[in-house]
Design a protein around this ligand. Structure first.
Ligand SMILES: Cc1ncc(COP(=O)(O)O)c(C=O)c1O
Length: 360
């Protein structure tokens, strides 16, 4: 069996060790004579899986008891609606910082629920940068401030987070959660689909500060109310059990590999190799993101012409690289180097880029 060099933007590479463990346990989990998929979600065996996944995430990210950790469904996209439905009271304004397509989509959904404003935007330069913290227009009356911590499509990432004082900071961390240590206490709410750094698609993680739960209107739809999930330990209805099981395994893999600090070092090394190939190419490859805003998760670049890009992508595909096409909205190329993408895959891509340049 040959594993692909997987640079998919999400769903994305999972650690090989995790897949092997899951494979070994697939038919008989923990001596139950069943797969995890076949267990009742009310069984002791599944409950242990569920609680351990939560505990591991708390430990890895240093999440205190002031926060609830929820496993819900509907993807990050459903959070675009749930956040304003629960946290934007009438008479207040939700503040959105626009740094790409995903923050635009989040804003669009919030506009349907209440009053919004744009506190800053990077649209003037094709979202190639992150607005300076001093340029964010934040008012202490804002219901919350929403940011996208890593812009999967444009390849930019927030390196520092604003001090929003009494305004809850909400971050869509779909594409960089668990890639580095976080100061959780800066945030009111963090959310992300699991399918990049955490596990398979189908599970969405929400980390919410407990006091914010009081804001949800009493008469809102049960499944969209954060209190429903917080009060029932994310077991109000059937949770995505197999996804949560794999999430727990991915978290175990991060632990075994030294935790988020060690993972961050590896991410710097991996992305550094590819950025280095871009920077030392005399303009053969052009990075989309400004250097100060470069993402360690999604590396976006273009070549001199569409024809050359086509040739690059075709030859890369031939050589076993997967997922290097840029997003349809921006074109060009993108390498997603999430936690589980091995150093060797990044080294191979770097070598491929150097060789392709030499030959073209
Ligand atoms: C930053 C970001 N937010 C939101 C989404 C949408 O996530 P989902 O497909 O889980 O709804 C994505 C998907 O790639 C993303 O990268």
């Amino acid at each position: 069996m040959k594993r692909a060099f997987n640079f998919n933007a999400g769903p994305a590479a999972l650690p090989l060790d995790v897949l092997k463990e899951a494979q070994a346990e697939l038919l008989d989990f923990n001596g139950t004579g069943m797969s995890v998929m076949e267990l009742s979600h009310r069984s002791k065996d599944y409950e242990a899986v569920h609680d351990q996944a939560q505990e591991k995430l708390r430990k890895l990210l240093g999440i205190s008891e002031n926060y609830d950790v929820l496993f819900v469904q509907g993807g990050a996209s459903q959070q675009f609606s749930m956040i304003p439905m629960n946290l934007l009271p009438a008479g207040q304004t939700a503040n959105y910082i626009i740094t790409g397509v995903w923050s635009e989509k989040a804003l669009e959904e919030a506009e349907k629920e209440g009053q919004t404003k744009v506190g800053a935007s990077s649209a003037d330069k094709k979202h190639s940068y992150i607005p300076a913290l001093t340029d964010l227009n934040i008012s202490q009356d804002d219901a919350y401030l929403h940011i996208t911590s890593n812009n999967t499509i444009y390849g930019t990432q927030w390196k520092q987070f604003p001090d929003t004082k009494n305004v809850p900071l909400i971050a869509d961390m779909s594409s960089d959660i668990l890639s580095k240590p976080l100061e959780i206490s800066k945030f009111g709410l963090i959310y992300g689909g699991a399918q990049k750094n955490l596990g398979p698609s189908g599970v969405t993680v929400v980390i919410i500060r407990k006091d914010l739960l009081e804001r949800s209107p009493k008469n809102m739809a049960t499944m969209l109310n954060y209190n429903t999930h917080a009060s029932k330990n994310s077991m109000f209805n059937t949770p995505p059990t197999f996804g949560i099981y794999l999430l727990g395994k991915v978290l175990g893999w991060v632990e075994t590999n030294g935790g988020v600090k060690a993972i961050e070092k590896l991410n710097e090394l991996k992305a550094g190799m590819i950025y280095d190939a871009i920077d030392h190419s005399d303009g053969f490859y052009n990075g989309h993101a400004e250097r100060s805003a470069r993402s360690l998760m999604n590396i976006t670049f273009t070549l001199a012409s569409k024809d050359l890009e086509k040739k690059f992508l075709a030859e890369a595909k031939e050589a076993g690289f997967v997922g290097l096409n840029g997003h349809r909205d921006v074109g060009g190329c993108r390498a997603s180097t999430y936690n589980a993408v091995p150093v060797e895959a990044c080294e191979a891509l770097r070598q491929f880029m150097l060789n392709f340049k030499a030959q073209n």
